[in-house]
Design a protein around this ligand. Sequence first.
Ligand SMILES: *Cc1c(COP(=O)(O)O)cnc(C)c1O
Length: 377
Amino acid sequence: MKAIDSKKIWLSSPHMGGNEQMYVKQAFDSNWVAPLGPNVNGFEDDIATYLENESYVAALSSGTAALHLGLQLLGVTHGDEVLCQSFTFAASANPITYLGAKPVFIDSEESTWNICPEQLEVAIKDRLKNGVKPKAIIAVHLYGMPYKVQEIHDIAAAYEIPVLEDSAEALGSSFFDVKCGTFGDLAILSFNGNKIITTSGGGALVAKKQEIKDKAIFLSTQARDNAPHYQHSEIGYNYRMSNIVAGIGRGQMEVLDKHIGLRRRNYEFYYTHLNQLAGISFVEEPNGYYSNRWLTTIKTSSYEVREEIRLALAAQNIESRPLWKPMHKQPVFSDCKSYVNGVSESLFEKGLCLPSGSNLEEEDLQKIVFVIKNIVQ
Ligand SMILES: *Cc1c(COP(=O)(O)O)cnc(C)c1O
């Protein structure tokens, strides 16, 4: 088939609301061109207000930086083990190694595709039997779908292991009306270019107490002691968000819920047109779960069908992407322990992320559905 037209349809591209440049202009006009200023504080307040539930937000340079600081604030250090959802983006796991700690990967369950409570408990018991108490759990709301919040946090509480909640893909998702990003002892958000909102690049750490937020900001700004000269008693980082970038974030927060509505519309459209096709299935929201539908994902009947769909879309200049390759299958983590049940490997084999931007047009969605139907029917 020849390409219908050359306009590229992206998986998830930035979608500005309109006021972003006004906030950036204010930063220029007042000369706050620095990793601090009114937009940074304003953006933090906007997110805290949005999340509710006593959230204290530190705006940082990336979600990865937030994970790094979050693990450090939970006391993770050299030689520790951290239990981490295997089915995720490498950025969830990489910061464990920055601290000299070791990731132990936990497979997913079928209903949310996120960390499996049974495997988690098996892993904790096995690690304890071997004389190691895991220092933290990293649970991820992948593609915007909340993980099994109740079960995971019950297990974490029973074994007294803190949870670092990776909400990078789930700003605006909720579990029984409580927003994702507020369940963990600490949580992280990402505002990278393809996320539900973007600041071009950026992230945040969400804490439950003002003093933890203050400590995160201290560490993110080179850990300067209170002195007129530069004095340091701890190792710090340069991880603070800039006031320019935060201005984009302020504009994006104004349109967040509208954009979630549009992403959910994408999901509904795909679901309506594709769910009845043989071998195609979707992750549906269990009762009480609300997904921002950051990306709409489908599971096909086989690797071959998945590839056929992906290549047919690519031939029409439409970007799609296999699901995350599980961390326990990544060459870089080949020597790490893992507790697996086959779920994430099967998802990686058969699954595909479809274009999901809040800026997609109805005709884009129609074109995508048309290409997929041509193959599956
Ligand atoms: C994007 C992402 C991150 C990292 O965020 P950055 O802002 O890109 O550093 C971490 N975890 C998950 C699940 C992500 O999707």
